[in-house]
Each structure stands twice: as structure tokens, then as C-alpha cells.
Design a protein around this ligand. Structure first.
Ligand code: SAM
Length: 211
């Protein structure tokens, strides 16, 4: 059941939490994001932009279409666009049903979002639909630990309360498999662990998938 984006108070709380966590995420993910974002064209679609943690990495002047269904994120997202000189358009739709023309986009970005969407397979199918042939999907996600490991069992145990507390975030999604099976012509994916006590959101994957 879709339980996201229905509770105004939770929506505002999640936006507030993400804004508070921005400096932490910059420290943890900044170098990898810089490596990914330096390869972007000047027009980009981002799925689940939140309050805009990624905007600092886009070159100023980038035309960004932000897909963000939680309206509570829109004001801080706009403020970040002004701060970082981004030409922003917000679409308050879900990644599962993008209101964008097929094969019209050269680059899509998604960070820490496929854990939270209702259907990662449907979102990735939509990304493939809107990408031009040769277009690229840049991703950074936390995924399920390897089956049978203590960490995997811990993620399964914690998954339900975590999902409730953190905006529908699934700790134990096989997003790496979803990306591998989606139909991209190539998927260049690295796996990494964070230096952090937040072991439940590990490991991470990041890379580029080409249509
Ligand atoms: C954990 S936050 C990540 C925000 C940002 N991408 C980052 O890296 O900090 C997940 C974001 O995905 C959004 N989201 C949740 N479900 C979504 C869906 N079905 N389609 C698009 N975005 C969604 C949430 O509103 C939230 O902004």
C-alpha cells in the first residue's frame, strides 16, 4: 500500500530531516556525487529531489526538472535552486508515472530514491521510457546486504518500523538487481560501504546506466 505523501505533518517532518541531514550527506556522498555530476549535460531530470541536496553539484545554469511528489519539499528545493543558480522546474508527480515525453531526455539522476518509491521497477521503466537512446541514468542508492548475512537479517527485522519512520524507505531492496534487469544497454555499477554507524543503510551502489 502507498503510505507516502498523504500525511502533511510527516511530509513536513521528512523535509525538515532531509534539510538537517544535508551537511552530513555532503560529507558522506559528496566526492562520489561530484564524480557523477561532472559528467551531466546542461538539462537534467532528477527523480525524488527532496529539498535539493544535489543542487550544489549541478553546474550553475543547469536546467533541472525535479520530480518531487512531496509538496513540503518544494519551498526548500526552490530556495536551493536560487542559492546554487539552477534553472528549476518542479513536477509534483511520482516517478512511477512521469508526465514527460518518451525519448526526450539525455540524463536522469536519482540518489537515495529507489529505496523510497512505491515500485522501483516501474520507476526504472519510466526512466528508460523518457531517456533518448544513448541517454544516461546516474544513480546512488543504498541496497539490501547480501542474502544470508547478519546485516541482511537485521535489515529484514528493522524494515517495517524503518519504513514507517523514514518516509517509506525500504532497507532491504535489491535495487542493484532491478537496475541490472531493467533493459539498459550497459550498467556500470560500483558498490561501497560508508564510514558510518548507520550500518542498516549499507551497502551502497552508484554508477551510470546507459539506454
Ligand atoms: C530519502 S529522500 C532523498 C532525497 C534526495 N534525492 C537526496 O539524495 O537527498 C527520497 C525522496 O524521494 C521522494 N519520493 C518518494 N516516493 C517517490 C516516488 N514515488 N516518486 C518520486 N519521488 C519519490 C521523497 O519525497 C523524497 O524527496
Amino acid at each position: 500500500m502507498d503510505t507516502t505523501h498523504r500525511h502533511p505533518v510527516k511530509n513536513r517532518l521528512h523535509s525538515w530531516l532531509l534539510e538537517r541531514g544535508e551537511a552530513y550527506m555532503h560529507r558522506k556522498y559528496g566526492p562520489r556525487k561530484k564524480a557523477i555530476f561532472s559528467r551531466l549535460p546542461n538539462s537534467v531530470v532528477e527523480i525524488g529531489s527532496g529539498p535539493g541536496a544535489n543542487l550544489r553539484y549541478y553546474p550553475p545554469g543547469t536546467r533541472l526538472t525535479a520530480i518531487e511528489p512531496n509538496a513540503a519539499m518544494h519551498a526548500p528545493l526552490r530556495a536551493n535552486a536560487v542559492r546554487w543558480g539552477i534553472d528549476l522546474t518542479i513536477r509534483g508527480v511520482k516517478g512511477e508515472s512521469l508526465d514527460l515525453v518518451s525519448e526526450s531526455v539525455a540524463a536522469v539522476v536519482g540518489t537515495l530514491v529507489l529505496c523510497s518509491v512505491d515500485s522501483p521497477r516501474q520507476v526504472v521503466a519510466e526512466i528508460l521510457r523518457i531517456l533518448k537512446p544513448g541517454g544516461r541514468f546516474f544513480f546512488l542508492e543504498h541496497v539490501a546486504a547480501m542474502n544470508g548475512t547478519p546485516l541482511n537479517r537485521f535489515q529484514d527485522w528493522l524494515a517495517k518500523p524503518w519504513r514507517w519512520a523514514f518516509d517509506g524507505c525500504h532497507l532491504n531492496r535489491d535495487t542493484h538487481l532491478v537496475l541490472g534487469q531493467a533493459g539498459f544497454s550497459t550498467v556500470d555499477m560500483d558498490c561501497f560501504m560508508l564510514t558510518s554507524p548507520a550500518v542498516m543503510i549499507m551497502p551502497h551502489i552508484f554508477g551510470v546506466a546507459v539506454k
